[in-house]
Design a protein around this ligand. Structure first.
Ligand SMILES: Cc1cc2nc3c(=O)[nH]c(=O)nc-3n(C[C@H](O)[C@H](O)[C@H](O)COP(=O)(O)O)c2cc1C
Length: 210
Protein backbone atom coordinates (compact mmCIF):
# COMPACT_ATOMS: atom_id res chain seq x y z
CA UNK A 1 0.00 0.00 0.00
CA UNK A 2 1.49 3.36 -0.85
CA UNK A 3 1.93 5.87 1.92
CA UNK A 4 -0.99 8.20 1.13
CA UNK A 5 -3.39 5.28 0.75
CA UNK A 6 -2.16 3.98 4.10
CA UNK A 7 -2.69 7.37 5.77
CA UNK A 8 -6.20 7.59 4.31
CA UNK A 9 -6.94 4.02 5.45
CA UNK A 10 -5.94 4.70 9.03
CA UNK A 11 -8.22 6.46 11.45
CA UNK A 12 -8.28 6.91 15.20
CA UNK A 13 -9.97 3.57 15.78
CA UNK A 14 -12.64 3.75 18.47
CA UNK A 15 -13.46 0.04 18.64
CA UNK A 16 -10.98 -2.80 18.25
CA UNK A 17 -12.10 -6.35 17.43
CA UNK A 18 -10.11 -8.21 20.05
CA UNK A 19 -7.98 -9.94 17.40
CA UNK A 20 -4.36 -9.51 18.52
CA UNK A 21 -1.69 -7.85 16.41
CA UNK A 22 1.17 -10.26 15.71
CA UNK A 23 4.30 -9.56 17.76
CA UNK A 24 6.28 -9.38 14.50
CA UNK A 25 4.23 -6.38 13.34
CA UNK A 26 4.43 -4.73 16.76
CA UNK A 27 8.21 -5.17 16.67
CA UNK A 28 8.37 -3.41 13.30
CA UNK A 29 6.31 -0.50 14.61
CA UNK A 30 8.60 -0.18 17.63
CA UNK A 31 11.68 -0.42 15.43
CA UNK A 32 10.35 2.44 13.31
CA UNK A 33 9.90 4.56 16.44
CA UNK A 34 13.41 3.59 17.53
CA UNK A 35 14.78 4.90 14.24
CA UNK A 36 12.96 8.24 14.47
CA UNK A 37 15.14 11.34 14.55
CA UNK A 38 15.43 13.42 17.73
CA UNK A 39 17.00 16.76 18.51
CA UNK A 40 20.79 16.25 18.75
CA UNK A 41 20.14 12.51 18.71
CA UNK A 42 19.40 12.54 22.43
CA UNK A 43 16.41 10.19 22.14
CA UNK A 44 15.12 11.36 25.52
CA UNK A 45 12.30 8.84 25.91
CA UNK A 46 11.53 5.16 26.11
CA UNK A 47 8.68 2.97 24.94
CA UNK A 48 6.89 0.63 27.30
CA UNK A 49 5.06 -2.03 25.29
CA UNK A 50 2.24 -3.58 27.28
CA UNK A 51 0.42 -6.67 26.04
CA UNK A 52 -0.32 -7.98 29.54
CA UNK A 53 -4.12 -7.99 29.82
CA UNK A 54 -4.33 -7.48 33.58
CA UNK A 55 -2.15 -4.40 33.35
CA UNK A 56 -4.15 -3.04 30.42
CA UNK A 57 -7.31 -3.52 32.48
CA UNK A 58 -5.75 -1.33 35.14
CA UNK A 59 -4.84 1.30 32.55
CA UNK A 60 -8.36 1.46 31.08
CA UNK A 61 -9.94 3.51 33.91
CA UNK A 62 -6.91 5.82 33.86
CA UNK A 63 -7.71 6.37 30.17
CA UNK A 64 -11.31 7.40 30.91
CA UNK A 65 -12.58 3.89 30.18
CA UNK A 66 -11.49 3.88 26.52
CA UNK A 67 -12.20 0.36 25.28
CA UNK A 68 -9.31 0.17 22.81
CA UNK A 69 -6.93 -0.25 25.75
CA UNK A 70 -8.34 -3.72 26.42
CA UNK A 71 -9.87 -4.63 23.03
CA UNK A 72 -6.60 -3.89 21.28
CA UNK A 73 -3.65 -6.16 22.00
CA UNK A 74 -0.81 -3.75 22.75
CA UNK A 75 -0.50 -0.42 24.48
CA UNK A 76 2.67 1.50 23.68
CA UNK A 77 3.42 4.13 26.29
CA UNK A 78 5.84 6.81 25.11
CA UNK A 79 7.58 7.90 28.32
CA UNK A 80 9.92 10.86 28.14
CA UNK A 81 12.70 11.97 30.47
CA UNK A 82 11.49 14.18 33.32
CA UNK A 83 14.52 16.41 32.71
CA UNK A 84 17.93 16.50 31.11
CA UNK A 85 20.97 15.72 33.23
CA UNK A 86 24.69 15.83 32.48
CA UNK A 87 24.81 12.05 32.99
CA UNK A 88 22.04 11.42 30.49
CA UNK A 89 23.66 13.61 27.85
CA UNK A 90 27.07 12.06 28.48
CA UNK A 91 25.65 8.55 28.27
CA UNK A 92 24.25 9.17 24.78
CA UNK A 93 27.39 10.80 23.43
CA UNK A 94 29.77 8.29 25.06
CA UNK A 95 27.72 5.51 23.51
CA UNK A 96 27.59 7.26 20.12
CA UNK A 97 31.36 7.86 20.09
CA UNK A 98 32.09 4.30 21.16
CA UNK A 99 29.84 2.89 18.42
CA UNK A 100 31.47 5.14 15.83
CA UNK A 101 35.00 4.57 17.08
CA UNK A 102 35.50 8.26 17.85
CA UNK A 103 37.30 9.78 20.84
CA UNK A 104 35.18 11.75 23.31
CA UNK A 105 37.00 14.95 22.27
CA UNK A 106 35.24 14.68 18.91
CA UNK A 107 31.97 15.82 20.49
CA UNK A 108 33.19 17.51 23.69
CA UNK A 109 32.41 21.09 22.64
CA UNK A 110 29.03 20.16 21.26
CA UNK A 111 28.13 18.17 24.37
CA UNK A 112 29.10 21.15 26.52
CA UNK A 113 26.87 23.42 24.45
CA UNK A 114 23.96 20.99 24.91
CA UNK A 115 24.47 20.99 28.66
CA UNK A 116 24.72 24.80 28.72
CA UNK A 117 21.44 24.99 26.82
CA UNK A 118 19.27 22.31 28.37
CA UNK A 119 20.44 22.22 31.96
CA UNK A 120 19.77 25.95 32.30
CA UNK A 121 16.14 25.66 31.24
CA UNK A 122 13.40 25.42 33.90
CA UNK A 123 12.58 21.74 34.50
CA UNK A 124 9.12 22.18 33.00
CA UNK A 125 10.64 23.39 29.75
CA UNK A 126 13.08 20.47 29.76
CA UNK A 127 10.18 18.03 30.19
CA UNK A 128 8.23 19.76 27.40
CA UNK A 129 11.24 19.40 25.10
CA UNK A 130 11.75 15.70 25.84
CA UNK A 131 8.03 15.04 25.32
CA UNK A 132 8.21 16.77 21.91
CA UNK A 133 10.92 14.32 20.91
CA UNK A 134 8.71 11.40 21.99
CA UNK A 135 5.91 12.73 19.78
CA UNK A 136 8.15 12.54 16.71
CA UNK A 137 8.65 8.81 17.29
CA UNK A 138 4.96 8.46 18.09
CA UNK A 139 4.10 9.93 14.66
CA UNK A 140 6.53 7.59 12.95
CA UNK A 141 5.02 4.62 14.83
CA UNK A 142 1.48 5.66 13.91
CA UNK A 143 2.41 5.98 10.24
CA UNK A 144 4.25 2.67 10.24
CA UNK A 145 1.25 0.95 11.81
CA UNK A 146 -0.90 2.27 8.96
CA UNK A 147 1.53 1.01 6.32
CA UNK A 148 1.44 -2.42 8.00
CA UNK A 149 -2.37 -2.33 8.15
CA UNK A 150 -2.36 -2.33 11.91
CA UNK A 151 -5.03 -0.19 13.51
CA UNK A 152 -4.05 2.29 16.15
CA UNK A 153 -5.56 4.85 18.47
CA UNK A 154 -3.33 7.76 19.40
CA UNK A 155 -4.24 8.77 22.94
CA UNK A 156 -3.71 11.77 25.11
CA UNK A 157 -6.96 10.96 26.88
CA UNK A 158 -5.54 9.59 30.10
CA UNK A 159 -4.43 10.91 33.47
CA UNK A 160 -0.67 11.15 33.13
CA UNK A 161 0.10 11.25 36.84
CA UNK A 162 -1.97 8.10 37.49
CA UNK A 163 -0.33 6.19 34.64
CA UNK A 164 3.11 7.29 35.84
CA UNK A 165 2.26 5.94 39.27
CA UNK A 166 0.92 2.62 37.98
CA UNK A 167 4.00 2.04 35.85
CA UNK A 168 6.49 3.37 38.40
CA UNK A 169 7.78 5.93 35.92
CA UNK A 170 8.73 8.63 38.40
CA UNK A 171 11.35 6.39 40.02
CA UNK A 172 12.88 5.95 36.57
CA UNK A 173 12.96 9.68 35.87
CA UNK A 174 10.23 9.33 33.22
CA UNK A 175 6.83 10.86 32.52
CA UNK A 176 4.18 9.41 30.23
CA UNK A 177 3.79 11.64 27.19
CA UNK A 178 1.35 9.83 24.94
CA UNK A 179 -0.09 6.36 24.27
CA UNK A 180 -0.50 4.36 21.08
CA UNK A 181 -2.97 1.52 21.30
CA UNK A 182 -2.59 -1.18 18.64
CA UNK A 183 -5.20 -3.65 17.44
CA UNK A 184 -7.49 -4.44 14.56
CA UNK A 185 -10.66 -2.46 13.91
CA UNK A 186 -14.00 -4.03 14.79
CA UNK A 187 -16.38 -4.38 11.85
CA UNK A 188 -19.28 -2.90 13.85
CA UNK A 189 -19.89 -0.47 16.67
CA UNK A 190 -17.35 2.21 15.80
CA UNK A 191 -19.02 5.59 15.21
CA UNK A 192 -15.98 6.99 13.37
CA UNK A 193 -15.44 4.10 10.96
CA UNK A 194 -16.31 5.01 7.39
CA UNK A 195 -16.71 8.71 8.15
CA UNK A 196 -15.05 11.18 5.83
CA UNK A 197 -11.62 12.22 6.95
CA UNK A 198 -11.86 15.97 7.51
CA UNK A 199 -8.94 18.37 7.67
CA UNK A 200 -8.53 22.13 7.38
CA UNK A 201 -9.08 23.50 3.89
CA UNK A 202 -5.73 23.13 2.12
CA UNK A 203 -5.44 26.87 1.44
CA UNK A 204 -5.46 27.52 5.19
CA UNK A 205 -3.07 24.69 5.96
CA UNK A 206 -0.47 25.34 3.30
CA UNK A 207 1.35 28.50 2.35
CA UNK A 208 3.57 28.10 -0.66
CA UNK A 209 6.32 30.64 -1.14
CA UNK A 210 7.81 30.19 -4.58
C1 LIG B 1 -1.81 13.23 20.24
C2 LIG B 1 -3.18 12.71 19.98
C3 LIG B 1 -4.02 12.37 21.04
C4 LIG B 1 -5.26 11.81 20.80
N1 LIG B 1 -6.02 11.35 21.86
C5 LIG B 1 -7.12 10.58 21.59
C6 LIG B 1 -7.77 9.85 22.61
O1 LIG B 1 -7.40 9.89 23.79
N2 LIG B 1 -8.84 9.08 22.27
C7 LIG B 1 -9.28 8.97 20.97
O2 LIG B 1 -10.23 8.23 20.72
N3 LIG B 1 -8.68 9.66 19.98
C8 LIG B 1 -7.60 10.44 20.26
N4 LIG B 1 -6.96 11.09 19.23
C9 LIG B 1 -7.47 10.96 17.87
C10 LIG B 1 -7.84 12.29 17.20
O3 LIG B 1 -9.05 12.77 17.67
C11 LIG B 1 -7.86 12.02 15.69
O4 LIG B 1 -6.57 11.63 15.29
C12 LIG B 1 -8.29 13.24 14.87
O5 LIG B 1 -9.61 13.58 15.17
C13 LIG B 1 -8.15 12.97 13.39
O6 LIG B 1 -8.85 11.83 13.01
P1 LIG B 1 -8.17 10.54 12.34
O7 LIG B 1 -6.99 10.19 13.20
O8 LIG B 1 -9.22 9.49 12.39
O9 LIG B 1 -7.74 10.90 10.97
C14 LIG B 1 -5.72 11.67 19.47
C15 LIG B 1 -4.87 12.03 18.41
C16 LIG B 1 -3.62 12.52 18.66
C17 LIG B 1 -2.72 12.81 17.48
Amino acid sequence: MDILNALNWRYATKKMSGEPVSQELVDQIIEAAYLAPTSSGLQPFQIISISNKELREKIQPIAYGQSQIVDGSHVLVFASWDKYTAERIDFIYDHMNAERGLPSEATADYVQSLKDTYLNLPEEAQAAHTAKQAYIAFGVALTTAAVLKVDATPMEGFVNADLDKLLGLEEKGLKSAVILTLGHRATEGDWLQGMKKVRHPKEIFLTEIK
